[in-house]
Design a protein around this ligand. Structure first.
Ligand SMILES: NC(=O)c1ccc[n+]([C@@H]2O[C@H](COP(=O)([O-])OP(=O)(O)OC[C@H]3O[C@@H](n4cnc5c(N)ncnc54)[C@H](O)[C@@H]3O)[C@@H](O)[C@H]2O)c1
Length: 267
């Protein structure tokens, strides 16, 4: 059955990184359902091709390119491919991310920190750098970065991951300021706990122990979230409906960051 297009992104071209899994895949499917043409990127070729197939099965239009977002040449080639194929780019979703290690600081290495910063921060820096002129010339564009609640508060990831997401939130603000005069908007989403490839190990352990219902129980909505619930907010920020929003980092976390969440204080 062909997808029903309701067209919130009709006529738009979107580049999505980390499209091979989780939130990126859900975003690709949502965007395609809303009429966008897609340029999908991921380091993992199998996942990437899986998303490409799903989008096409649903009647969407997309191309895909294996890309390491931490490599500037790769990112430049991705943007070039998008422009060759579609002549314009309206939306960039910087969504690729890695967690890095959860070990204590004393055991963390420089290499791990550089890897996490390479993907989670420089990935967004490189796409923004290489798309900026195109969007400035068209005086239109929306960039949505997938940050994390870990970039707002501690306790939701390792040191490098949290610091990288805080850096990404700040880069969202500085690039929004750089590009605002050209009508290019830059925003971020900050997901809480979402079941994806990245958090699979957490869910696997909880399922093994019969405790999956406990996951997310300390956030205000008392549950974890789904990739599609994040994709819905990415869609909003990328769409013209968010035309007066820029430089913001919006938690999509079931209310987690709204609370001090002190142990023993849930009634
Ligand atoms: N799942 C959560 O609970 C959660 C919470 C907050 C933020 N996030 C963020 O959401 C984003 C998407 O992650 P997800 O949860 O869907 O996890 P995921 O692991 O399912 O998806 C991440 C994707 O990024 C890709 N990727 C990793 N390194 C890459 C690289 N160097 N170049 C290109 N692609 C690369 C992976 O191959 C994978 O397909 C990430 O930025 C993550 O930090 C996730």
């Amino acid at each position: 059955m062909k997808m029903k297009k309701i067209g919130r992104l009709d006529g738009k071209v979107a580049v999505i990184t980390g499209a091979g899994s989780g939130i990126g895949r859900a975003t690709a499917l949502r965007f395609a359902a809303e009429g966008a043409k897609l340029v999908l990127a991921d380091w993992d070729e199998e996942g990437l091709n899986g998303t490409l197939d799903l989008v096409r099965q649903e009647g969407g239009e997309a191309v895909a390119q294996r890309t390491n977002v931490a490599n500037e040449e790769d990112v430049k080639a991705l943007i070039d491919l998008a422009l060759q194929n579609y002549s314009q780019i309206d939306i960039v979703c910087n969504n690729a991310g890695i967690t890095g290690s959860l070990t204590s600081l004393e055991d963390q290495t420089e290499k791990e920190w550089l890897e996490v910063y390479g993907v989670n921060v420089l990935g967004a820096v490189f796409t923004t750098k290489h798309i900026a002129r195109h969007m400035q010339e068209r005086r239109a564009g929306a960039i949505v970065n997938t940050a994390s609640v870990a970039g707002i508060r501690s306790g939701a990831g390792g040191n490098a991951y949290s610091a990288s997401k805080a850096a990404l939130i700040n880069f969202t603000q500085t690039s929004a300021c750089d590009l605002g005069a050209y009508n290019v908007r830059v925003n971020a989403v900050c997901p809480g706990l979402i079941e994806t490839g990245m958090t699979k190990f957490v869910f696997d352990i909880a399922r093994e122990k019969g405790k999956v219902d406990k996951l997310g129980s300390r956030c205000e909505l008392r549950r974890y979230g789904t990739p599609d619930e994040v994709a819905a907010v990415i869609l909003f920020l990328a769409s013209d409906e968010a035309s007066y929003i820029t430089g913001q980092a919006l938690p999509v976390d079931g209310g987690n960051t709204a609370s001090l969440n002190l142990p023993g204080m849930k009634f």
